[in-house]
Design a protein around this ligand. Sequence first.
Ligand SMILES: Cc1ncc(COP(=O)(O)O)c(C=O)c1O
Length: 376
Amino acid sequence: MTLPREALVEAAERWGTPLYVTDLDRAAANAHAWRTALPGALVAYAVKANPDQALLDRLAGEGFGFEVVGPIELALAERAGCPPERMVVNGVGQADADLRDALATGALVNAESLGALETLVSAPSRGRIGLRINPALDAATHPHLATGSAGAKFGIALDEIPAALERLGDPPASIGAHIGSAIADPGPYRMLASVLASLAERSGAERIDIGGGFGGKPEAFASAIREHLAETGRLIVEPGRSVVADAGWLVTRVVRVQARGHIVADAGMTELLRPMLYGARHPVTLLAGGAPIAERSWTLSGPVCEAGDVLARELDLGTDAGEGALLAIGEAGAYGLAMASGYNGRLRPAQAVIDGGELRLSRRRETLSDVIGRDA
Ligand SMILES: Cc1ncc(COP(=O)(O)O)c(C=O)c1O
């Protein structure tokens, strides 16, 4: 994927750093690739990956649906104009009131436990209730990203499914699972499709929800899924990362160079937690040179008071990556800004978007008045 170098430099000049830039044209193209790979399926973008309103507006406008967790994401998706028939609500620890409210909107609401199912079935409005199951499937990914294994907290266990179907009475509006994130191998999806196909047949479920987690382009995953689920018009997919990861960059400026091999930037774990949380690797590119530095292998560190606040290791960015240099951290469109925190008194960064080739600010930087004076 090519780097929109000029747009990133211009965005940093206009709105300062650290700054997220998301290319909406690329994200929309990635979402369309899912639609092409699984004709007729509901492509419900996982809002948690990047809840930028401009991104949601664009995807809703192009007919995509949304996978949401909790009332805030639901509100963002509604604000983008997504109709309830394209909305899928998940979440393992949802409050009863939130589950009932979500059901009343007309969205598909997945029960992840027998307790949540009880709340949904006894709600005053009989809406579209689906079952998210735990398929007891191990996908090769970081342990924090594996959500479909037998010991994970997510989903209704296989041996609880008969009781769930009995309590539901009618066939579920959907039966599905989400087995994890950043899964590079399509193999687990072949197995998941086989499990869901037989459960759908047994239960008469209207739709089959294969979840998200795809660590690559759609084609290979889609063909693994189609081996057991050829009728793609019944499917729901919930891609997050594969829609936005390569469409986003974190632009950061070098603030200081420490003698012990650290380039210290104005972005760190508070802006991009993935390297610290999952050992994720993100490509780093020098956008504009700064002061001269020695030729050696550098660690790109953030400004936070944590020794683990490292964005990348063993970097060779050339000899002008010193103070003032501008860097782009790639593959940062998913779970970047979405996981940003205010730890160490950091203000959450701004986000710009490239929309129809044009740059604009979609979310302003947090200010001191946003975070101060909230004492009760
Ligand atoms: C239920 C559900 N669906 C979809 C996704 C999206 O996953 P990914 O961004 O890896 O595609 C997630 C992510 O955690 C999820 O929990």
